[in-house]
Design a protein around this ligand. Sequence first.
Ligand SMILES: [Fe+2]
Length: 251
Amino acid sequence: MSFSTIINNGKGGTESHPLRYWLFSWDSKSISHAESFPLLCPSSNSQVGANDIVFACFKLERIDNTALYQLVLKKERGLIEELPVGSQIDGGNGLGKDSLTARFEAYNFLDFDEQCVTDLLIYIQECCRIYGNILRLSTRRGFIQCWANVMRPGQGMSKHQHMDTSDSFLSGIITVCTRPTKTILFHHQDETLAAEFPTNEGYLLLFPAYLPHGVTKLPEGENERVTIAFDLFVESKARSFHKRPLKELEY
Ligand SMILES: [Fe+2]
C-alpha cells in the first residue's frame, strides 16, 4: 500500500497534550502496518481511552472509484445550478459559494441510485461498524449526511471543522482519485498538527467530527481532485439537523 501517514505525538502525546492518537489501517479488513506504527496500532485487546483520538483508514476494495469520480463530475454542474447555497456556504473551507461543496446541506450523495453509490453506502456502514467496535460504542443507529467536493488546480481547503459539539461524532472522507494533495488534521485544543493523510485513490478516512482539518493546494496542471465526505450523527441529536437530508444508518 502506498499509504503513508505522518502522525505527530506518536509516542503518546506532548507535555501539553498527553493524548494518544490511534491509527487503525485496514487492507481487506485486517489490521496492517502494525510494524510501521507500533505505538499507534495497539493489539486488539487494547483499550482506547476516552481522550484518545482515533483515526481509521480503510482501503475500499469493492468500490468502483472511477465510476464515483465520473458521477461526481457529471452531477456537479446540475447540482450547483439546481440547489441552494446552504447557511454554512462551503462550511468554512474556502471553496466559495459557486462550489459544489456549498450545496452540501441541500442533498445527500448517498441518495443517488447508481450502483457505485449503493456499494459505497454498504461499505461506509461496514467501516463505521468497525470504528464503533474500536470505541466500544453502545449505540449503533445513526444518521448520515454525505456530499461531494471538487477541487481544481490552485484550490485548497482552508482549515475548518464539521462539528464542535456532540451532534455529530464522526466524519469521513473518501478519496476516489490520487492527487498530490494532503488532508491535514489539527488538534482540536490548540490546533497543532495532528496528522496528514495523502489523497490516494480508494481510501476512507474516519476521524472525530470535532477535529479541524484542511487540504493542501492542488498544483496547476492536475485533473480535478474529487472526494466524498460525510458526517455521522447520533440518533438523539439528528432531530436538531432535521433540515439536512439525513439517511438512516445501522452500523
Ligand atoms: Fe471537511
